[in-house]
Design a protein around this ligand. Structure first.
Ligand code: SAH
Ligand code: SF4
Ligand code: F3S
Length: 446
């Protein structure tokens, strides 16, 4: 049996794609091996979002090339960097075998089968398959759940029609394509039959699901209709989604937080910047005030709703005043969590050509300032939970200590407690005793 090692970079979509690929490969008689040294096939499912993401994958690749020379391993590059660079990647790094883009992952097993069974097959090193494919959003459906797995991602769409000036995703993932609602609901029912209790709906802009293609019914967007149809499904106890976009985060969606009991009280809403001038330059079609209004209305529904965001610092031409606007707004909103990125120019995006690029050290300083603020806010939010009892879905063993396990509360806070293996997959109650910036510690009470 041929052994396949797969390493995944990037976002949850890539993780979900890799899971489907693992399942597909297994069904075709391949074994998945966690040790690259024992593998006949090595696949890297890559990300292009920032320079660093590509550098990491290329570093790994370079070290794997030595192994390829020794053992004749097949080395395939998949995903967003494959899509973006195509055959340039093969030319740049000799030794790479096939390059397969984001819409063709389901073809990986076919190419491997041909390679291993057909002596007349085209040499692997000539395969670059980055074409787009109609209905590719429906081809990634297979599942490879771990024993006792309780939480999983469900990709409901692919692609992005926005054109944020810094972002490579529209090039790597193509135009928006939505899966039919019935397919998604059927998939979730099957997941529930396998013991899944928490699902996270995924899309580059998940709240744009079905827009322009599926009807609006009773003033409800297709995304809200989907949420309402998931709510009554037996066995599913928690619904989350990632990432919504501020534009299109309408009242219908805001009201769901007060009405759908399974919808978790946590929203990850990327802000990017709180300077209206920078938002315009980023081509983000909302203002700071519109973002604030969404947060206020969400807090009307659920006063202590957990909030997280993405911020880019050092976007071209960002002045101290622009940055201070972000800093002040960040202080005002007080997010529970945030990902704070230094702007990374991506070839082929408009912002990479803007003249006023910001020096690296300024980006680093701005990132540090926001991180310090975030630390204070996260700490404050976590402190407030001390003494409360939280319902936790137990995910697994914590990284340290033999008896430590972890899970998340509805607000997505990570909570660590003393437990045992058979709690995994169960809902338990934990009384919070201590809090740090990144985690909460508590005691199981039932
Ligand atoms: N579709 C989501 C974001 C997906 S990418 C949305 O629009 O909200 C995840 C995050 O990466 C983005 O929110 C942004 O903060 C960051 N990002 C994207 N391109 C970047 C770049 N060129 N440099 C730095 N960060 C970037
Ligand atoms: Fe990128 Fe903007 Fe699309 Fe998000 S909305 S994936 S940031 S282009
Ligand atoms: Fe990266 Fe592609 Fe996701 S660029 S962030 S893996 S969509």
């Amino acid at each position: 049996m041929k052994q396949v090692f797969i390493k995944t970079y990037g976002c949850q979509m890539n993780e979900r794609d890799t899971e489907a690929l693992r399942a597909l490969l297994k069904s075709r008689g391949y074994a998945i091996n966690d040790d690259a040294h024992n593998a006949d096939v090595i696949l890297l499912n890559t990300c292009s979002i920032r320079e660093q993401a590509e550098t990491k994958a290329i570093g790994k690749l370079t070290s794997l090339l030595a192994q390829k020379k020794r053992h004749g391993t097949v080395l395939g590059i998949l995903g967003c960097m494959a899509q973006r660079q195509g055959e340039k990647l093969q030319k740049r790094i000799p030794g790479i075998d096939f390059v397969i883009g984001t819409e063709k992952l389901h073809r990986v097993a076919d190419y491997l089968d041909e390679h291993f069974t057909d002596v007349k097959a085209k040499p692997m090193s000539t395969i670059v398959d980055i074409a787009s494919e109609k209905n590719s959003q429906n081809k990634i459906s297979a599942r490879d759940l771990r024993p006792h797995q309780v939480s999983t991602f469900v990709s409901i769409m692919q692609g992005c029609n926005m054109r944020c000036t810094y972002c490579i995703v529209p090039q790597t993932r193509g135009r928006e394509r939505y899966r039919p609602m019935e397919d998604i609901l059927e998939e979730i029912q099957q997941l529930s039959a396998h013991g899944i209790k928490e699902i996270t709906l995924l899309g580059q802009i998940v709240n744009r699901y079905g827009q322009g293609e599926f009807p609006i019914i009773d003033k409800q967007s297709p995304f809200v209709q989907l949420l309402e149809k998931i709510q009554p499904l037996d066995g599913i106890e928690r619904i989350r989604f990632m990432s919504p976009h501020p534009s299109g985060f309408g009242n219908d969606l805001i009201q769901c937080f007060g009405q759908l009991s399974k919808l978790c009280p946590h929203v990850h809403l990327p802000l990017q910047s709180a300077s209206d001038r920078i938002l315009r330059a980023m081509r983000r079609p909302y203002s700071r005030d519109q973002f604030r209004q969404i947060i206020l209305r969400l807090r009307e529904q659920i006063p202590d709703i957990a909030l997280s965001t993405d911020i880019i610092v050092g976007f071209p031409s960002e002045t101290e005043d622009d940055f201070n606007a972000t800093l002040e707004f960040f202080e005002e909103i007080s997010f529970d969590m945030a990902f704070i990125f230094q702007y990374s120019p991506r070839d082929g995006t408009p912002a990479a050509l803007y003249e006023e690029q910001i020096p690296e050290n300024t980006k680093a300083e701005r990132q540090q300032k926001l991180l310090q603020l975030l630390e204070q806010h996260s700490h404050r939010h976590n402190q407030k939970l001390i003494g409360t009892t939280q319902s936790i879905l137990v995910e697994g063993k914590a990284r340290y200590g033999d008896t430590k396990f972890w899970g998340r509360n509805p607000g997505f806070h990570k909570i660590i407690f003393d437990g045992e293996e058979d709690l995994v997959g169960r809902f338990i109650s934990v009384k919070i005793e201590r809090a740090s910036t990144t985690a909460l510690l508590g005691k199981r009470i039932s």
